[in-house]
Design a protein around this ligand. Structure first.
Ligand SMILES: Cc1cc2nc3c(=O)[nH]c(=O)nc-3n(C[C@H](O)[C@H](O)[C@H](O)COP(=O)(O)OP(=O)(O)OC[C@H]3O[C@@H](n4cnc5c(N)ncnc54)[C@H](O)[C@@H]3O)c2cc1C
Ligand code: FES
Length: 260
């Protein structure tokens, strides 16, 4: 699988809400090779001799024929804070596309269920899927997802929104809405999910209850992103560990030991 390590120019770094940004980078090689569910490692200070040293993993939010690739990210610490201060014309070292993406070859119905910044890889998936699918987007509050709702409206047959504080859509959790959808849906549904670990664990539990399949896009602390440091290990149900950066981030939810 093609992987590129290059210095790329930032075309835009838009502030979408208090702490959510959308960064667009010109990287035609990565844009051409990228598949939904894959991610990149970004050096937030532009070179590898600076602090913080480690690159930060971000899912590919969009990638197109123009050669642009974009990332939706939330400022959660120092690295993403530095990233948020980047301007048009700055350059950034980036490695990608990395990891295993979502299955595109399923012939039955699909539900995409995203929580918080977990909507990022689902956005790219929604753009590449053919046929009808439903999307459930959830967040603590509307600021986290409002900026991306419009783009999902264009592709999803059915779009359901839920926020924990009720500031957008129905008040509640993604999983409560997913349970209602699963009660209504036909057989052979494939769920694609990404979000905080407890949310994905609850999504997995629902798929067991309803006898459906689920692909979860996992997150883990990452140092290298290419399978060299073994820092991103997650326990498997069959014993041993998988490494999120190379065995994932997208994995069949039955492979994961969710009880941690
Ligand atoms: C494959 C993958 C894809 C990701 N995609 C996105 C994305 O599209 N958009 C987005 O906003 N974030 C995404 N993340 C999470 C993002 O990498 C972290 O938020 C970021 O590395 C934090 O860096 P920081 O220096 O700002 O914060 P730090 O100071 O390093 O940490 C701040 C907080 O973030 C938590 N954190 C740090 N690294 C991670 C991590 N890898 N996963 C979860 N929490 C973490 C820490 O525990 C801490 O609470 C992804 C993570 C992975 C592994
Ligand atoms: S981040 Fe180094 S092995 Fe996965």
């Amino acid at each position: 699988m093609a992987r590129y390590d290059l210095s790329a120019e930032i075309k835009k770094n838009e502030k979408l809400s208090d702490d959510v940004f959308l960064m667009t980078i010109l990287a035609p090689e990565i844009a051409r090779a990228a598949r939904p569910g894959q991610f990149c490692m970004l050096s937030v200070n532009g070179n590898l001799r600076s602090d913080p040293l480690l690159r930060r993993p971000l899912s590919i939010f969009d990638s197109g024929d123009s050669g642009d690739i974009s990332f939706l990210y939330k400022v959660t610490g120092r690295g993403t804070d530095i990233l948020s201060q980047k301007k048009e014309g700055d350059s950034l070292d980036i490695i990608g596309p990395l990891g295993r993406g979502f299955r595109l070859d399923h012939s039955g119905p699909r539900i995409l269920a995203g929580g918080g910044m977990g909507v990022a890889p689902l956005h790219f998936l929604a753009k590449r899927l053919e046929g009808a699918f439903s999307v459930i987007l959830g967040a603590k509050t509307k600021g986290e997802i409002l900026p991306v709702v419009k783009t999902f409206e264009a592709s999803a047959e059915r779009l359901l929104i839920t926020t924990e504080d009720g500031s957008l859509g129905e008040k509640g959790l993604v999983t409560a809405m997913l349970e209602k959808e699963l009660c209504l849906s036909k057989k052979n549904v494939l769920i694609h999910t990404c979000g905080p670990w407890p949310m994905m664990r609850a999504v997995h539990d629902l798929t067991v209850k309803f006898g459906t399949r689920c692909e979860a896009s996992l997150e883990a602390g990452m140092a290298c992103g290419i399978g060299a440091c073994l820092g991103c290990a997650v326990k498997k149900t069959s014993g041993g560990y998988l490494h999120v950066c190379k065995d994932g981030p997208v994995t069949d939810s039955t492979e994961i030991d969710w009880e941690i």
